[in-house]
Ligand binder design. Structure first.
Ligand SMILES: Nc1nc2c(ncn2[C@@H]2O[C@H](COP(=O)(O)OP(=O)(O)OP(=O)(O)O)[C@@H](O)[C@H]2O)c(=O)[nH]1
Length: 294
């Protein structure tokens, strides 16, 4: 089967659930955000790569009713972004009634109808009025695929994803392999740090190291990524070996890990690394599960 690939522009009112949906589809907590290859294309929110191909989910610069001048600028930028992509995923919030803004978006999307897929989101909420949203969408975009989903619970998102792949043209990967992962990014980060520790201290610390990422947070602009991680050793006495004289060991591990992580995620990386001893870590289910990546 030939590989498919598509640049998919997300459009929808603020807080409609774009980030939640991308994270749900891409199956991880943070989206790997790459710098835009073209100026009119805005931020990449997530990249999903599977055997069947690659989908790149990107934002339009935003579409809000606001100050007239700004609105005009956004409209132009949005139109350019929409023209360049292969598919447009229009997300509607089922809990909000369609207003002026929704009608404007519909007008904007009318000429691009052949690229359009509609997702009506938040159907898990009791206040969602899905039939009304479905009728409005079917009237505005006759014949286009419409899905009712919950980005929060994942309901309906698999069918949506299948259609996105089906409608994508055949093509090569848009981003090189290192820009995507179907592995949990946290797991990759722990592997990088563990490799550094083991590489340096193999003699002194056979098997006695486990790394846990406690927190990973991006600035939302695709520029900075903060990571807090802990290196666990079994015995208190082993802590000193990792930390090294005057902290030189941990500093070297941190520096090398940070450089390695930066190759994986196109962010500026801020890595906070600590060493703790935990004699029982081997017995902890959760830790072992994470260690084996399951
Ligand atoms: N119950 C429920 N909440 C959702 C769903 N999708 C998104 N949300 C919530 O809606 C809020 C906004 O979601 P985001 O994913 O941040 O929305 P967004 O469109 O990316 O927001 P902007 O980038 O500000 O435009 C968050 O509190 C989400 O948890 C859903 O399917 N069900």
């Amino acid at each position: 089967m030939a590989m498919k690939s598509a640049w998919i522009t997300l459009i929808g009112r603020p807080s409609v659930g774009k980030s939640t949906l991308v994270n749900c589809l891409c199956g991880r907590k943070i989206s790997i955000v790459a710098p835009s290859p073209q100026t009119t294309r805005s931020t990449v929110r997530g990249i999903l790569t599977e055997e069947r191909g690659q989908l790149v989910f990107a934002d339009t610069p935003g579409y809000h009713i606001s100050d007239k001048k700004l609105n005009r600028y956004l409209k132009t930028a949005t139109e350019a972004a929409l023209e360049e992509c292969e598919l447009v995923l229009y997300i509607i919030d089922a809990t909000r009634s369609a207003g002026q803004e929704e009608r404007e978006i519909a007008g904007l999307l009318a000429p691009l109808a052949e690229k359009l897929v509609v997702a009506i989101n938040k159907n898990d909420l009791p206040e969602a009025s899905v039939p009304a949203a479905e009728t409005a969408a079917a009237e505005a975009f006759p014949g286009r695929p419409i899905f009712t989903i919950s980005a929060e619970t994942g309901e309906g998102t698999e069918a949506l994803l299948n259609t996105l792949f089906e409608l994508s043209p055949e093509g090569e990967l848009l981003y090189p392999e290192e820009f995507y992962t179907d592995q949990d990014p946290e797991f990759r980060v722990t592997e990088i740090i563990r490799e550094q520790v083991i590489g340096r201290l193999r003699q002194e610390l056979p098997h006695a190291v486990y790394v846990a990422v406690e927190d990973m947070e991006s600035d939302g602009k695709g520029e900075k990524l903060w990571i807090r991680a802990v290196i666990y050793v079994e015995r208190e006495s082993q802590k000193g070996i990792v930390v090294g004289k005057g902290g030189s060991g941990i500093a070297a591990i941190r520096k090398a890990s940070q450089a390695e992580i930066a190759r994986l995620f196109p962010y500026r990386i801020y890595l906070d690394l600590r060493v703790k001893s935990d004699p029982k870590w081997r017995n902890r289910d959760q830790l072992l599960k994470r260690m084996t990546g399951n």
